[in-house]
Design a binder for this molecule. Structure first.
Ligand SMILES: [Zn+2]
Length: 99
Protein backbone atom coordinates (compact mmCIF):
# COMPACT_ATOMS: atom_id res chain seq x y z
CA UNK A 1 0.00 0.00 0.00
CA UNK A 2 1.25 3.47 -0.90
CA UNK A 3 2.30 5.86 1.84
CA UNK A 4 -0.15 8.57 2.84
CA UNK A 5 0.61 11.76 0.99
CA UNK A 6 0.04 15.26 2.26
CA UNK A 7 0.10 18.56 0.35
CA UNK A 8 3.23 20.43 1.37
CA UNK A 9 1.55 23.85 1.05
CA UNK A 10 -1.86 23.43 2.70
CA UNK A 11 -1.30 20.23 4.66
CA UNK A 12 -4.35 18.49 3.20
CA UNK A 13 -4.14 14.68 3.29
CA UNK A 14 -4.24 13.20 -0.20
CA UNK A 15 -6.15 9.91 -0.27
CA UNK A 16 -4.75 7.02 -2.32
CA UNK A 17 -5.29 7.70 -6.02
CA UNK A 18 -5.95 11.44 -5.52
CA UNK A 19 -4.67 13.88 -8.11
CA UNK A 20 -1.42 15.37 -6.85
CA UNK A 21 1.64 17.01 -8.30
CA UNK A 22 5.32 16.57 -7.61
CA UNK A 23 7.24 19.86 -7.76
CA UNK A 24 10.96 19.46 -8.30
CA UNK A 25 13.01 22.62 -7.92
CA UNK A 26 16.70 23.01 -8.54
CA UNK A 27 18.42 26.06 -7.11
CA UNK A 28 21.74 26.92 -8.70
CA UNK A 29 23.75 29.94 -7.62
CA UNK A 30 23.72 32.53 -10.37
CA UNK A 31 26.84 34.38 -11.42
CA UNK A 32 26.53 37.77 -13.13
CA UNK A 33 30.30 37.98 -13.79
CA UNK A 34 30.68 40.82 -11.30
CA UNK A 35 33.09 40.43 -8.40
CA UNK A 36 32.63 43.18 -5.82
CA UNK A 37 35.59 42.30 -3.63
CA UNK A 38 38.95 43.74 -4.55
CA UNK A 39 41.31 40.75 -4.89
CA UNK A 40 44.20 42.97 -3.77
CA UNK A 41 42.43 43.72 -0.50
CA UNK A 42 40.84 40.32 0.13
CA UNK A 43 42.50 38.24 2.82
CA UNK A 44 42.54 34.92 0.97
CA UNK A 45 43.85 33.01 3.98
CA UNK A 46 40.98 34.27 6.12
CA UNK A 47 38.51 33.46 3.35
CA UNK A 48 39.89 29.93 3.01
CA UNK A 49 39.77 29.48 6.78
CA UNK A 50 36.16 30.66 6.79
CA UNK A 51 35.25 28.12 4.07
CA UNK A 52 37.06 25.30 5.86
CA UNK A 53 35.13 26.10 9.04
CA UNK A 54 31.84 25.49 7.23
CA UNK A 55 30.61 21.94 6.75
CA UNK A 56 30.55 20.57 3.21
CA UNK A 57 26.76 20.24 3.16
CA UNK A 58 26.25 23.93 3.95
CA UNK A 59 28.76 24.97 1.31
CA UNK A 60 27.07 22.76 -1.29
CA UNK A 61 23.59 24.12 -0.44
CA UNK A 62 24.90 27.65 -1.00
CA UNK A 63 25.56 26.85 -4.66
CA UNK A 64 23.21 23.94 -5.50
CA UNK A 65 20.13 22.49 -3.90
CA UNK A 66 17.28 20.28 -5.07
CA UNK A 67 13.88 20.30 -3.41
CA UNK A 68 10.93 17.99 -4.15
CA UNK A 69 7.47 18.54 -2.68
CA UNK A 70 3.96 17.16 -3.25
CA UNK A 71 1.12 19.61 -3.92
CA UNK A 72 -2.65 19.22 -4.29
CA UNK A 73 -4.19 20.63 -7.47
CA UNK A 74 -5.33 23.87 -5.79
CA UNK A 75 -1.88 24.58 -4.41
CA UNK A 76 -0.21 23.57 -7.70
CA UNK A 77 -2.39 26.05 -9.60
CA UNK A 78 -1.70 28.79 -7.01
CA UNK A 79 2.04 28.09 -7.14
CA UNK A 80 2.16 28.27 -10.94
CA UNK A 81 0.20 31.54 -10.87
CA UNK A 82 2.53 32.98 -8.23
CA UNK A 83 5.65 31.91 -10.14
CA UNK A 84 4.43 33.34 -13.44
CA UNK A 85 2.76 36.48 -12.01
CA UNK A 86 5.85 38.67 -12.27
CA UNK A 87 7.51 36.83 -15.15
CA UNK A 88 7.79 40.04 -17.21
CA UNK A 89 9.62 41.76 -14.36
CA UNK A 90 12.04 38.90 -13.81
CA UNK A 91 12.90 37.21 -17.11
CA UNK A 92 14.72 33.93 -17.29
CA UNK A 93 18.49 33.58 -17.20
CA UNK A 94 18.79 33.76 -20.99
CA UNK A 95 17.33 37.26 -21.09
CA UNK A 96 19.56 40.14 -19.95
CA UNK A 97 18.15 41.99 -16.94
CA UNK A 98 17.96 45.75 -17.42
CA UNK A 99 19.44 47.78 -14.55
ZN1 LIG B 1 -2.66 21.97 -1.05
Amino acid sequence: MADQRRCFACGKMLPPGALAYRLRATFVADYDQVITEDPEETDMDALLEQCLAMDAETLERDVYEEVTIILCKTCKDATVSRLLRDKDKNPGPDVPIEP
